[in-house]
Design a protein around this ligand. Structure first.
Ligand code: TA6
Length: 304
């Protein structure tokens, strides 16, 4: 990066204009540690070590892209409602483990190191097996979340390595909550013709419309989804591209009115302000042999 100089603490840089950019470790809600990445262009992302959870992304020249509930709880055994919860090693309640696995409620370790890669600022967090994870999933693993911030792009990558002596299988998702001005005026393009399981009705269907609009509860797993979809937030003026790699499936979720009332960490009216579009690997679980690794990523891009 040109025009930047390293200053006192590792990972922190200062532009020749004097503006601080780079990575800061800060106290978040409930004094939980969070990392703030500031790009010279003005884009900013925040990541809590609790869950390796991205909670905010403001691209250069834009507003907040990610939804976060006003009632979100932070720390303990809960996942933060909003942002990008990391789902591993089990998607939802499709198996014997706690819903959406354990990665989203564990404390991850920040791997301090080189934070600059061409035009992006990046940070990596690590989670390995512990007595707590082995009590519910008896395997040795290493998971790494890498967050790459550019002017108008945010990439989140999950890497899973089998560090034990026996095979294991997992499902996963980057359960991304997008903020929209009014979900009734938003649309998701790119899923037309794709087969999905409707978790609300239990049916297997094929998406008949070229664009998906939301006017009721939606909870769908699109199988072998195309690598890119677009979320158009008409009222908010956002146009976001979601490009996934490694993840075969894509989930779309909005709880709508009735289900929203049952979620303690979600305000009753907030279903109008969000939609989840999630790069996911569900239909065919990933099986890793000892020493093998898998990678999946999701790139979000703001189109101005
Ligand atoms: O990804 C969609 C989904 O599996 C929905 O079924 C819904 O339950 C949502 O995740 C949120 O789950 P959570 O455990 O965070 O309340």
């Amino acid at each position: 990066m040109q025009g930047l100089q390293r200053i006192d603490s590792p990972g922190q840089l200062r532009l020749s204009t004097g503006k601080a950019v780079g990575i800061e470790r800060l106290e978040g809600v409930n004094s939980l540690p969070k990392l703030r990445l500031s790009h010279p262009s003005g884009s900013v992302v925040e990541v809590y070590l609790h869950g390796a959870h991205v909670t905010s992304w403001i691209p250069a020249g834009g507003g907040e892209v990610l939804f976060r509930s006003r009632n979100a709880s932070f720390g303990g055994n809960s996942s933060i409602r909003g942002g990008i919860p990391v789902v591993f090693p089990q998607f939802a309640d499709e198996g014997p483990l706690p819903k959406h696995g354990f990665a989203r409620t564990q404390e991850w370790t920040w791997l301090e190191g080189d934070s600059f890669d061409g035009d992006t600022i990046q940070v990596s967090l690590l989670l390995q097996e512990s007595p707590a994870t082995q009590a519910i999933w008896p395997y040795s693993f290493q998971t790494r979340i890498s967050v790459h911030l550019a002017e108008h792009e945010l990439t989140t990558e999950l890497e899973v390595t089998n560090t034990g002596g026996e095979d294991f299988a997992f499902t996963s998702a980057l359960h991304t909550y997008f903020r929209v001005a009014d979900v009734r005026g938003s649309a998701i393009f790119g899923l037309g013709g794709v087969a999905y399981r409707d978790k609300v009705t239990g049916e297997q269907r094929v998406e008949s419309e070229p664009l998906l609009t939301i006017s009721g509860e939606v909870d769908r797993i699109y199988w072998n989804a195309p690598p890119e979809v677009r979320i158009q937030d008409v009222g908010g003026g956002h146009d976001i591209r979601v490009r996934s790699a490694g993840f075969a499936d894509m989930v779309v979720w909005n709880p709508w009115k009735e289900l929203a009332r049952t979620l303690p960490d979600f305000d009753d009216q907030e279903y109008l302000e969000m939609v989840c579009v999630e790069a996911a690997q569900i239909g065919v679980p990933v099986t890793l042999r000892p020493g093998a690794a898998w990678r999946g990523s999701q790139l979000l891009r703001l189109n101005l």
